[in-house]
Design a binder for this molecule. Structure first.
Ligand code: SPV
Ligand code: MG
Length: 298
């Protein structure tokens, strides 16, 4: 099944679905091998993995170079966190064309202003895009896609910048009417109160996606009962790898040998497996001419 179709089915399934963050080809493959049915191409973790800020410091083509490796390494769909669409409606159209070419299933765009800033940094000072401008961007994306199953997920940052429930609902409603396949409602508070208040009023017009990074202590069943369609675990592979790398670097620096670390880390053989090295060995047997002993110089 096409990746876009897989993703559309996930969004519209009658149970809550989960997608996990990845930030390069390797982490994307690890997400798939863990059993996840989809990948969140996180703006935060893709930028952090290059050690630049989540403020559109990477150009959109640099982001897509990374996402293409993620797409090539996996068979499950990717939803790219495409920030604001990297510009206006016209940049959005070009983005959709390129995402389809590299087999990315969905783009999530947020109603902020380019260059965006991460939702957890000085968010009360951040501005929202005008509703009309953002609606035009959604329509432009939907009109551009060639594959009918490519999904555009519209994210509202109304709660994040300190606006209330009514504005979140009004924006979600406008984005849904503009053709968004789902709405991502973001919240940065430590409880799920804003999300649950939103769900109580939303009446299931289209699927709702959430990112419970800050309200992680809410049991998943609460979200399922509230009718949430998709949960994004947005940054947890990058965060766990940071901890692991810091511990390994510190220990090897301190101990000046590899003795204590060796048994706790992935083997080199495991790297080869993830790179699918066996396939190359098999292909060599098929395609690489053998150097016959008879033609070797004496
Ligand atoms: C991301 O993963 O880049 C997101 C989610 O947009 S958040 O960091 O919570 O804004
Ligand atoms: Mg982001």
């Amino acid at each position: 099944m096409k990746k876009s179709t897989q993703f559309k089915h996930l969004l519209n399934s009658n149970q809550v679905e989960f997608i996990m963050e990845a930030h390069n080809g390797l982490s994307a493959k690890i997400v798939e091998e863990a059993g996840f049915k989809g990948i969140w191409g996180s703006g935060l973790t893709i930028s952090a993995s290059t050690c630049v800020r989540d403020s559109n410091e990477l150009s959109w083509t640099q982001v897509l170079d990374i996402v293409e490796y993620m797409s090539d390494a996996t068979t499950i769909p990717i939803m790219l966190d495409a920030d604001t669409g990297y510009g206006n409606f016209n940049n959005m159209r070009r983005l959709v064309r390129k995402l389809e070419q590299i087999n990315v299933a969905a783009a999530c765009i947020e109603d902020k202003i380019f260059p965006k800033c991460n939702s957890f940094i000085n968010s009360e000072d951040q501005s929202l895009a005008g509703v009309d401008e953002f609606v035009g961007k959604i329509k432009a994306a939907k009109d551009t896609q060639q594959d009918p199953d490519f999904c555009v997920v519209a994210r509202t940052e109304a709660f994040v910048v300190g606006r209330g429930l009514n504005e979140a609902l009004d924006r979600a409603d406008a984005y849904y009417r503009a053709g968004a396949d789902a709405i991502l409602v973001h919240s940065k508070i430590a409880t799920s109160d804003q999300i649950l208040a939103f769900m109580a009023e939303w009446h299931k017009m289209c699927p709702i996606v959430i990112v419970p990074t800050k309200y992680y202590s809410t049991p998943t069943k609460v979200f399922a009962d509230a009718g949430i369609s998709m949960i994004v675990w947005a940054n947890h592979l990058l965060r766990s790898s940071i901890t692991a790398m810091q511990e390994t670097a510190a220990r090897v620096y301190r101990e000046q040998n590899l003795m204590s670390i060796e048994k706790e880390i992935a083997t080199v053989k495991e790297i080869f497996r993830l790179q699918n090295d066996d396939e190359l060995r098999e292909a060599e047997k098929r395609y690489l001419p053998r150097i016959e002993a008879s033609i070797l110089p004496r």
